[in-house]
Design a protein around this ligand. Sequence first.
Ligand SMILES: [Zn+2]
Ligand SMILES: [Zn+2]
Length: 273
Amino acid sequence: MEIVLTGTGSPLPDPHRAGPSTLVKVGDTHILVDAGRGTVMRLAAAGSLPAFLAAVLVTHLHSDHICALNDVITTHWVMTRAAVPLRVVGPVGTARFVERQLAALEDDIGYRIAHHRELERGPWVEVTELEPGESLEVGGVAVTTAATEHAPVRPTIGFRLEHEGVGAALVGDTLPCPGVDRLAAGADAYVQTVIRRDLVEASPIEMMRDILDYHSGVVDAARTAARVGARRLVLTHLVPAPPPGEYEDWRALAAAHFDGEIVVGDDLTTITL
Ligand SMILES: [Zn+2]
Ligand SMILES: [Zn+2]
């Protein structure tokens, strides 16, 4: 199993960080978790494409995690000519979001069908909405879910992907909670979106400080990783994004609470399990 961080950014625009998304490759099975800003460009750099995706898993409907879904849908559509469906899996509300994306794309869909003889129909998207705790299989990869805690965003779900005894937890934006503990228990990699509480607390911007009550800090993530016996902690969605000289500070904060391997993610950082 290979995990490629296809976007380690956040809502804050950053020339070096695409919005949150993570690609998991198991052989030819490519699974994307979330689709933030610039996801399709990063997929291309990671040796993937929307047409290769066995599924897109959505953790929650915050815009930074799904704003590139229309790009994924459109690119999948024109490259497959809608011969195969794009499978999108997410919490309740995902189907409505996809329907509205398709409605917004209606003019474009009409133009392309009118222009390309080979394009006979619009995008084919198959949405599966999951309740927390439900599971499914994607291309031989077992996917389990659990509720996460990101109120007032509801529902939110995290994922665990398992294949031949290797497990990765990709839990999205969440406070530490029992669902995350279940998904990350004994995982070979626990990928957590994080903020630096100390830096965010010091922000003069109230809307910035608002994010403190629904995200895991670096220390929270490290404590979770240690508590549940994860082997690696992968930090992504870094807020505020560290300049080059500060990665060691992030790592040290986590290392004070967790003995395993710690990865402070950059776009296209790849973890092989
Ligand atoms: Zn969020
Ligand atoms: Zn987010």
